[in-house]
Design a protein around this ligand. Structure first.
Ligand code: PLP
Ligand code: COI
Length: 341
């Protein structure tokens, strides 16, 4: 398979159109067989449920070229399960887990020429999504849906890759108590756009959102969960009903304990505790693990002892172990790696 002529190492986190995408239609109460198509455009009614009432959910995972030349993806079963939870919350039909995994595999296979080579620093980002398709004007769920998967080669989510970033404590909330923060719905990201544009204008890389009920606890960023390392090397990660249950975070909690022998605490994390942590990172599919060097709350700076030059030592160990598993340099726990080719 000849790879596309792409300068893999200079890719950022952007959209590059690839050759094929997967489409399945839900009509009359059932999903059709689904197929790969070339057309990257979608034609729909001006009154489609997704356009009027934002009935859309998505997932994100990656395909990796391993050290020995296979193409694999990481825990796609968990993405399928999370899409199911998102669908239930937005009154959308479930796309079955085995079909989700099959659609991901087919789409990656069809775009093999875009899977970045091992060692290039890039990966193939996979975006499964589902949306309400037919006209809806009274506020109610659509009757017809499309489930789709496209892929795009990507580099680091934050420019500078492993360089520590600076984050702002947002004055806006991302989620509401008993709202939709725990699912992957497009509406959560629409909510965050003004906050991220504001943070960027002020020179910050990302936002830290606090719990919407009391604004005393740490939640997450617009696209990743937080990890903190205590001065005695415990891994602490915020627990809340209004954050997305990150697959990367769940995997890192396992890796920290079972591979690195660290103590892991999944619990409420108060903003007031942040000054006592030794390291901080963001974790997610797109973010992988991005180190945080500084957190700023209305001019008050919390500077992590790990500094602004490099990842902290425990964060680095977690990063090396997770990416080692994903790239086939280290043995993966049973069922974590789906070999595509
Ligand atoms: N939190 C939010 C809001 C996200 O959008 C993402 C990205 O998917 C994550 C966390 C990380 O989740 P995962 O590790 O499953 O990609
Ligand atoms: C992902 O990590 O897959 C996400 O969906 C985050 C997104 C903000 C790019």
């Amino acid at each position: 398979m000849e790879k596309k002529d792409i300068d893999w190492s200079s890719l950022g986190f952007g959209y590059v159109k690839t050759d094929k995408r997967y489409v399945s239609w839900f009509k009359n109460g059932a999903w059709d067989d689904g197929a790969l198509v070339e057309d990257d455009t979608i034609t729909m009614s001006e009154c489609a449920g997704v356009l009027q009432y934002a009935q859309t959910i998505f997932e994100g995972l990656k395909a990796y070229t391993t050290e020995d030349g296979h193409i694999v993806c990481f825990r796609p079963d968990l993405n399928a399960e999370r899409l199911e939870q998102s669908a239930a919350r937005l009154e959308m039909p479930v796309f079955p887990k085995d079909r989700f995994i099959d659609a991901v595999v087919k789409t990656v296979e069809a775009n093999e020429a875009y899977v970045p080579p091992y060692g290039s620093g890039a990966t193939l980002y996979i975006r499964p999504y589902m949306f309400g398709y037919n006209p809806v004007i009274g506020v109610k769920p659509a009757d017809e849906y499309q489930f789709r998967v496209f892929t795009t080669p990507v580099g680091p989510y934050f420019k500078g890759g492993a360089k520590p970033i600076t984050i702002k404590v947002s004055d806006f909330d991302r989620a509401a108590p008993h709202g939709t923060g725990h699912i992957k719905a497009g509406l959560n990201y629409a909510m965050s756009l003004h906050a991220i544009v504001t943070a960027h204008k002020e020179g910050f890389d990302e936002n830290m959102y606090l719990d919407p009920g009391t604004r005393t606890k740490v939640e997450e960023t617009g696209g990743a969960n937080f990890l903190f390392i205590t001065k005695d090397n415990k891994v602490v990660t915020p627990k809340s009903d209004s954050i997305l249950p990150s697959i990367t975070r769940r995997s890192l909690m396992y890796v920290a304990e079972k591979y690195l022998g660290l103590t892991v605490e999944h619990r409420e994390v108060y903003f007031d505790e942040l000054k006592d942590f030794a390291e901080c990172g963001l974790c997610g599919t797109a973010a992988v693990i991005s180190p945080v060097g500084k957190i700023v709350n209305h001019g008050e700076e919390i500077c992590l002892p790990s500094g602004m030059d490099d990842m902290g030592p425990i964060t680095k160990k977690l990063y090396d172990t997770l990416t080692g598993i994903q790239m086939g340099r280290m043995e993966a726990p049973e069922g974590w790696i789906k070999v595509i080719k």
